[in-house]
Design a protein around this ligand. Sequence first.
Ligand SMILES: Cc1cc2nc3c(=O)[nH]c(=O)nc-3n(C[C@H](O)[C@H](O)[C@H](O)COP(=O)(O)OP(=O)(O)OC[C@H]3O[C@@H](n4cnc5c(N)ncnc54)[C@H](O)[C@@H]3O)c2cc1C
Length: 495
Amino acid sequence: MSGKKALIVGTGLGGLATALRLSRRGYDVEMVEMYKQAGGRLNQLRSEGFTFDMAPTFFSMSYHFDEFVRDAGIEMPFSFVKIDPLYNVNFRGSDRRFIIYRDLEKLTRQFEDIEPGFRERMERFLDASGKLFFDIEKGVLSKNFRSLPDFILQMTKLPLKHLPLVLRSVWGELSRHFTSYEVRVIFSLVSFFLGATPFDTPAVYTILSYTEMVHDGYHNVEGGMYRIVEGLLREADRAGIKIHYNVMITDFDASGKRNRAFIDASGKRWEADIFVVNADAAMFRGRVFRRSGFSDERLDRMQWTLAPFTMYLGVKGRVENIHHHNYFLGERDYEQYSRGIFRNRVSLEKPYYYVNANAIFNPESAPEGCENLFILVPVPDLRFKPDWSDREQIADAVIKDLSQRTGHNIEANLLTRVVLDPVAWQNMFGLYRGSGLGLGHKMTQVGGFRPSNRDERYSNVWYTGASTVPGTGLPMVMISSKLTVQRIDDEIDSI
Ligand SMILES: Cc1cc2nc3c(=O)[nH]c(=O)nc-3n(C[C@H](O)[C@H](O)[C@H](O)COP(=O)(O)OP(=O)(O)OC[C@H]3O[C@@H](n4cnc5c(N)ncnc54)[C@H](O)[C@@H]3O)c2cc1C
């Protein structure tokens, strides 16, 4: 048993999972968090009797949670169910709702009138993305890279047949398989899960289509997504892990190759034997360790993901024509919209957005007979749109659009309305320029190119979470905590 003290900066899913894994290994774990409560982006907001999940609404690759509970020596602290259908999609100007079933028979019926031979085309598409998924999961996602050459060597071991998927975009790959505009758009939405668009996302990420349609699918959490955090907090409490909220780390004190303490905004020192940073791994190196390679100037030149513009609406009455997960897209301007949104070159008067109606699955999230709506509009980050004084107008436009498309007068029935723009997201959780998913996932920003999970200078500092390897999303964060703790296990004797 270690007996060493570990300080973790941040109580996002990555921080909490790492805390429990380290505690199982005998570390005395303490955590500091800048927000008022745990969870990071996996958070919760309450207003007027409604309980909203703040950001994630489902997750994939559930077996990474199974693996985590085994490693941490705990029981699964929350319940989840696989969903089918996955989501609904509506295009502006049309009453038609495409229901995305995992069941290929039912899915085919949704599309056969607009995409002749849909079933065979889909089978071919999923066959290719499935083969790639298993190679990537084994050869890249589950690996720690000690250096860039180590990563490049690993990449050369991937079968050559996948090379075109590195060079092509998600949109290019879908266009090879499907002819219908709607089919191409709908199955390219996975790029937005990476905070990017199908035109700038490498086709390797069509593996996400395989995970949603064939592999482990998507899961809803019973009682809401925050049950994950509540469950982990119960386990942390049992393990004697101490958590301090409203503490923002802004400085450090190091000597030679070792970090001695982190220092918070009030000047208080937080000492430990080892440190794990769950805050953004690039920004922390720049702003706390003040490394020139991660200065704001340098980071601004990198590719960051779209920012969230989120709305939390408590609505009287049940909204018809809506599923638990819904995408409301524009007319036939997808490419122009996608290419313009990053750089603030499209109007947010008529945005593309996602709606989660949580009370359909979790009735306790809203008062009886009411709807709990979470709306996510992917928008430009603060580099491209620093001024959000038009926040309420954008929210009004989305509410009007949704009212028209569902036939429910949402504005007249609003019981509560909370709007968070990228400035709010930046300030709550330290998201760089308000970017929702942090650094983008282009080929030169993943694997060995991503900020490493071991600090370059201080041998007793590691990083964990979506901002380091392997990348964003709840299952990737669970893998990240595993990889970080593997490194700590391997490297602790040499600190
Ligand atoms: C709008 C939105 C929707 C999403 N939807 C989904 C989804 O449906 N499914 C899915 O799988 N994923 C989704 N994601 C992605 C998912 O939320 C993230 O990948 C994941 O929660 C990141 O966890 P993390 O632990 O790496 O980081 P975070 O959750 O960001 O945690 C980092 C923590 O560190 C704290 N911190 C930062 N800096 C400091 C500091 N200096 N001092 C002290 N504390 C600090 C922060 O406050 C935060 O609590 C979504 C993300 C967003 C923004």
